[in-house]
Design a protein around this ligand. Sequence first.
Ligand code: 2P0
Length: 312
Amino acid sequence: MTHARAHPNIALVKYWGKQTKPGNLPATPNLSITLDSLATDTVVTAHHQDEVWLNQEQVTDQKILRFLAELRCEFELAPIRIETSNNFPTGAGLASSASGFAALICAINQHADLGLDADLMSDWARRGSASAARSLFGGYVALVPPLWRAQPIAPASHWPLKAVVAITNETRKSISSSEGMERSRLTSDFYTPWLRGSGDDFAAAFDAINNKDFSALAEIAELSCLKMHSVMLTSLPTLSYWNPATLACMDAVRNLRKQGTAVFFTIDAGPQVKAVCEPQDANRVSDVLTQVPGVIRTLTCGLGNAAHIVEP
Ligand code: 2P0
């Protein structure tokens, strides 16, 4: 039995759209922070057939089955039982597929003795779900060409920011990210400008992190998020992942900032709002977001570590 744990990550410069080549390659460079208190735990054991259990229920997960088939083109991998569980809502814009595929490749690597280092595990995780490439590493992480294997750019200790996650709906999204991205690529007039601007956005965020320049990072992260949602909203049919509480949280974050709190928001393919702030402001940000009508609860996370094996 092999047990691996990985943490979800949130992108500060977003990935939305794939290249048309094989390998599940993002169309834009992207950059994230790995979170600490949210986690996927995955246990892999030898079994007479492949089985996948998600949050204690047996499931047929086509993405995982395709991933196993792809691995078996390169490695000997006997049938396995995969038991995976998340300590946070699954498939609701909280990056459960990122932590999921990072934990899965980490567990399979050890279980089947594949001999992959973190770089190659990141390469494999990306094929499962591109954002998963980033969850192989802790702290601040970039996913960039030409290899599209994630690279740690700064440890959590470099700048230990916090993320307050405001949960506004715990149900699964109806349109997956993969499907949404493809729709955007094919139909949004904003897709090409989005691709063109992504290199500059990435460079600005990279510099802001190096220099620990909060207001520069806040500006670029909110802009990258809003550009991505503009692409989503202008896809046909439209992709609208927000609800009224999402918008109210965005306003609450802007108000906090006007009052002098260093905080910015980011939102992924779901209605949850992630407010990134300095550690001393996390309680205040959490108190304010908890009071926003429609917020079910908030979770406060620090920056987390890399995917790893949990020793028995
Ligand atoms: C990101 N998202 O950079 C962006 C922001 C959602 C919005 O990466 O198709 O589950 O499996 O590669 O990694 C979610 O997409 O998509 C995602 P696939 P993935 O975090």
